[in-house]
Design a protein. Structure first.
Length: 276
């Protein structure tokens, strides 16, 4: 008799800014789903964002999670996995599925790129022209070729149900950045597979990214998890909480003597009120 795979969730923050309530909710959702299913909750530090990554923040994150009353297993940080990113990119390059792109953001805007579900939709400027060896290049996934190779794909969200892979609003996304060995799309897909994650929990703002990640799983022969995209906490102006807008840090609340476990319970109640 086949037994279902153990439930494994994860929280994967980047140490380029302090955690706020939105991060706390994501960690709590992942933690509680794992505990309810008798599974494992992992912490993975996504620390390859160049000089923006601050090692001291990883320790702060651990103190924040402990303050919230969460328990976790820590897995290797992204900075230990660079060889796996390079190998995957080389394999895709050898199959003609990624191509170099030297365009800057301003050039992409000037080309009339439309805003999509994952940022600007790349207009394909570099797709059919020889690379310029004198300019740094990112590597983009050729979505048309990738889709032709994989055929129709489906991924499943625990809340929204089955989702046919749809590249509308995405375009040829970057898999290897000019300044980093992997983009979020490539790194997180490989990391979740390596860590045995079976339920990817994250905010609804990353819903569209799952079309990319399901495609990469098919191209790279990786296991396919389920997804759970929870609704976001919003600030008083109706915007999602974000480091860039100075959302209050958990560490500041902790230093002020606030009860982290009580805060976690309040966030759980807000989560239930959101219906997700």
């Amino acid at each position: 008799m086949d037994h279902p795979a153990p439930l494994v969730t994860r929280f994967a923050p980047s140490p380029n800014g302090r955690l706020h309530l939105g991060h706390a909710l994501s960690a709590i959702v992942a933690h509680d789903l794992a505990r309810a299913g008798g599974g494992r909750f992992l912490l993975r530090i996504e620390d390859i964002d160049g000089p923006r990554s601050r090692p001291e923040l990883a320790d702060e994150f651990r103190r924040d999670l402990e303050w919230l009353g969460l328990e976790w297993e820590e897995v290797p940080a992204q900075s230990t996995r660079l060889a796996s990113y390079a190998a995957a990119a080389e394999g895709l390059r050898a199959r003609g599925l990624i191509y170099p792109c030297t365009c800057t953001r301003s050039e992409i805007v000037a080309a009339g790129a439309a805003e999509g579900s994952d940022g600007l939709i790349y207009p394909g400027t570099c797709k059919h022209r020889p690379p310029d060896p004198d300019r740094p290049a990112a590597w983009r996934l050729d979505a048309e070729r990738a889709s032709a190779e994989t055929g129709p794909l489906v991924w499943e969200d625990a809340l929204a149900g089955p989702q046919p892979v749809n590249w509308a609003g995405l375009g040829d996304v970057v898999l290897v950045r000019k300044d980093l060995p992997a983009s979020y799309h490539l790194a997180v897909t490989l990391d979740d597979a390596a860590d045995g994650v079976t339920l990817v929990t994250r905010g609804a703002d990353l819903f569209a990214a799952s079309h990319v990640h399901r495609t990469l799983q098919a191209l790279l022969g990786l296991p396919v998890p389920r997804w759970h995209h929870h609704r976001l906490l919003l600030d008083a102006s109706g915007e999602k909480l974000a480091k860039q807008r100075g959302s209050p840090a958990l560490a500041e609340r902790r230093a002020a003597g606030e009860d982290g476990r009580l805060l976690a319970e309040q966030l759980r109640l807000q989560h239930l009120a959101l219906g997700t």
